[in-house]
Design a protein around this ligand. Sequence first.
Ligand SMILES: O=C(O)CCC(=O)C(=O)O
Ligand SMILES: [Fe+2]
Length: 724
Amino acid sequence: MTSTPAARPYTVGIVYPEDEPTSTVPHSVEILIDVPDWVNSMKELDMELDDIGSLITLTSAADPTKFTLPIRLPLRIDSDSMTAKFKKKKKSIMASGRALTVEQGQPMELMEAVTAAREEFLGIRKPQEIIVPPQEEPPVPPPVTSAQNPDAKDLYAKYKNTVCGHSTNQLQLVSPTALIEIVQTCLDLASHNPKGHKPTTNMASIMSSFYSEAQSELCRQLLVQAVKYVQQTNANDATSAVLSGPVKEKFIKLAEFQMRKIEVILEEKLERQQALVKQGEARERDVNFNGGKHSEKRSTHAHAPVFDKNDENSDPTLPSQFISDDLLLSGKTNNGTLSAVLLKSFKGSEKRRMKQLVVSRAELTAAKLKENDYAILDSFVSPAKVVELRSEIDNLQPHFTPSEIWVGKGADVGAQISVPDVRGDKVLWMCGGHAKVDSTLFDSAGVQPKARGAIEPCEMEVKVKVGSKIDKGGVRKINASVMGKFGALKSVLESIDKFVFEELSKKDERLSRITSRSDAMLAVYPGSGSRFQKHVDNTANDGRRLTVLLYLNLEGWTKENGGFLRVWGKDSSTNGPRDVMPLGGRIAMFYSDKVPHEVTAALESRYAMTVWYYDGLERSEAVASANHMESGDEKGDMEAQADASAFIKQTLVGDGGFDQSGESASAEELRRIGDLAGKLSEKAIKIVAGICGAPSEEYFLEAARQLTPDTLKELRVGLAKMGV
Ligand SMILES: O=C(O)CCC(=O)C(=O)O
Ligand SMILES: [Fe+2]
């Protein structure tokens, strides 16, 4: 056998999808091998290919938690030497699917190359977060005129190219200061009417959608000026041609909406400040369950709510007061369910009729939301669609995992653990199907599906488990047809997105800055009394503004099955909370940052899909602050939280094989707990001590070292009271 050459021409590199220049998610790795340069015999090539095959198997299949991604291996082989055997071998070794793409890189040894690509991949696979630099607001500049500001034209031209013509949602990503400049310049140019610079429809919507919290007064003034300017324009004058008739009306409507929006935002800011003061006081008073930005740091699937343990209404035995018929809206139409109508394209007069129908249902929904902070919309999808959705979810069943909540004293002292008594559902996140590209930036702890618009489980491990096969070459391959296409989920999500983005967000000021949505959370409460205690979804300004739930229970759900959504809307101060049955096809929606709700004990398996819609500004700020926290010292905090969670899980709530009652804890067991506590970092000790209610870190450590069966029992009883 001839010896193989020292340096083999392997080329490995990474390329990001071309159509998404901002994406940091690569989609495949290619390893290119210039075969004819160094392969001297068929046998040698065979051996080489086998080596590569085993390497890929090793890295991809043997340890799925490390590197589960299949690698594409296009072998660059001269067509002359491409014998049938080569072709067969090549076919058997090629695995398609998501991994990393390649560009020409420096030649390196295959092992090194794969390792480097793998490391890069693992690094990149961390939850994606966009970096929005903290925006410093300069002092309010006095309005300028084009005479004073000779750069106004340039500025307009610059922004015209970057901003105009895009959806106004993108404006959320432009700094408020820049937006103010745009509006000022546009107004200025418009009022001077220089040739070729007129406020177009796009400019009209820009003017009416911009906002800067720090400069809200200036925004309001500019809007007033803009409305005045538009009102003065005359249909006969050339400048106003673009602003005549319906465009003019639309602009005025939008601007007025925006002015109202600014008022709402200012009111909310005030409310938030007051709530923060209250929260601070409450934190002083007692140990509490708390939501925080911590889940944000680990995964953008933020879902750690605040619990109010002292609230009497959280009593699961509270008698049901069902939602009255006048609060229920219907999604049924002569042309099928609202979901179907939203997705179908109609023609001519029918198109207008259907549009009107959708608009009027959206108006009713928005009115209920405004009135009570929640709205219930029945038959959004048909019973047949529910059956279809359930069958798509069926083969994912084994991969649902117990949900976790944030437990602790406050946003800084606590840990994320599963506490079935507080929250008993199991969840599975589905990525993809986003109508808006920025959703993929804002969300997804996992990797978005390769095909645009497709839906897949977010976790690579789940994808591998439900959708992969080992092919003849020993390569694990994710196969969409094995995994299922999730077509019903995709279409239903699309219709909900349409309803929220295109209709509701235009009819309710509190939803007007909705720019993206979370991935979809599938949840099952497995019966036997599982529930989710009273909570508010977004208490940490994580950006979630609207919670939309679609219930996926088959026909025949009865009151006896329990599992009601109990909502405390605005009307609850007089009527108490309302109970909503989780009927298949029904949608329940409420403001994520306002409405306390719970799931009462479910005695049968209870299914739902939840999506959260983000307020663009609040979400950008949350993501920016999560990124900020990720760095330096804060990274240590995350590790400490993970260690603290692990310690509590292992020793106190029973994942570590310890006797849970504490009654019969052996000396050996007590010593092990003491040892484990002793190994915790200072930060982790602080967290655990906080959760256990120890007066100080030293006290906790000392107590842990001198644990007796009685003190251990006491500790566990204490934690049990907190629901742990
Ligand atoms: O399933 C429901 O009705 C509500 C679930 C819930 O509150 C949540 O997941 O935050
Ligand atoms: Fe919730």
